[in-house]
Design a protein around this ligand. Structure first.
Ligand code: GLP
Length: 263
């Protein structure tokens, strides 16, 4: 696992965007990106949007697969992940909406939503670069603690903590959906590269458990320790509980010395 510690959240977005852009260029014009919702990757998306705007990155042939969707919110609800991905990813990155996919959270057909989504990812050739945030309880996508480390896209029930964390996007807690369709941890592990971004002290415990704790379903993000190409980009606050922070800094300093910024 590569751990990059940045001075602040703004820099996390710049480094995250540069890292994803580099991997996207390597993958070629029909790159398949995996997109997370939430506040964490917004800076990364803004950096990518800037590169696209300046003609330094062409994502016009890219496909995108969102990680998850709430069950029961119509796609045109402003807080459905269909709408959030459209607003924060599809439009700013100049993507073709026909190639942007979000799991189907409609109650009708829910039992096949996971398999249908897995089939669509497979047909696109798999995800090249998966962008991730992390929940305060260590979830990625909506894989809550105790999720199977081998899980595939399926329906999950949100924890009270996650509903409280996401309450800020809704008028009341009652309006926060209880269930979701999320890519599984096994699905996420299949991505060729994973880039996780996190900032703020509220993420410090989850980040430490993910990077330095045991691989355990109780911290779903810790499954990334099994990924061959996982990069974790955090600010000082989110890194504050990492015991080996000095080592990660020295690795980055060595890389910088030898080859310039590696991202
Ligand atoms: C939601 C999303 C996750 C995201 C998490 C953290 O639960 N399903 O993909 O990583 O929130 O959100 P934020 O980045 O806003 O803290």
């Amino acid at each position: 696992m590569e751990v990059i510690i940045c001075p602040d959240a703004r820099r996390v977005g710049e480094v995250g965007g540069a890292k994803v852009a580099g991997l996207a260029r390597q993958a070629g014009p029909s790159v398949v990106l995996g997109a997370a919702t939430g506040s964490s990757p917004l800076g990364t998306y803004a950096t990518l949007a800037g590169l696209v705007l300046r003609g330094e990155l062409d994502l016009s042939g890219a496909s995108v697969f969102a990680l998850d969707e709430y069950v029961g919110l119509p796609p045109d609800h402003p807080e459905s992940y269909h709408a959030v991905i459209d607003r924060t990813v599809t439009v700013p990155l100049g993507l073709d909406p026909a190639r942007v996919h979000v799991p189907d959270g409609a109650r009708a057909g829910l039992s096949t939503a996971g398999v249908r989504y897995e089939d669509t990812i497979k047909a696109a050739g798999g995800v090249d670069v998966q962008i991730l945030g992390i929940g305060s309880n260590g979830h990625i996508g909506f894989n809550e603690p105790a999720s199977s480390l081998a899980s595939r896209t399926r329906v999950k029930t949100l924890t009270e903590q996650t509903r409280l964390d996401n309450r800020r996007f809704f008028a009341s807690l009652d309006e926060v959906p209880v269930r979701c369709v999320t890519q599984g941890l096994g699905t996420i592990l299949d991505a060729r590269h994973a880039v996780l971004v996190a900032s703020g002290a509220g993420k410090a415990e989850a980040v430490a458990a993910m990077v330095e704790g045991p691989v355990t379903a109780m911290c779903p993000a810790s499954v990334l320790q099994l990924h061959q190409h996982a990069t974790v980009i955090v600010d000082e606050d989110a890194a504050s509980l990492l015991r080996h922070a000095d080592y990660y800094r020295s690795v980055q300093a060595t890389l910088l010395n030898e080859q310039g910024a590696g991202y």
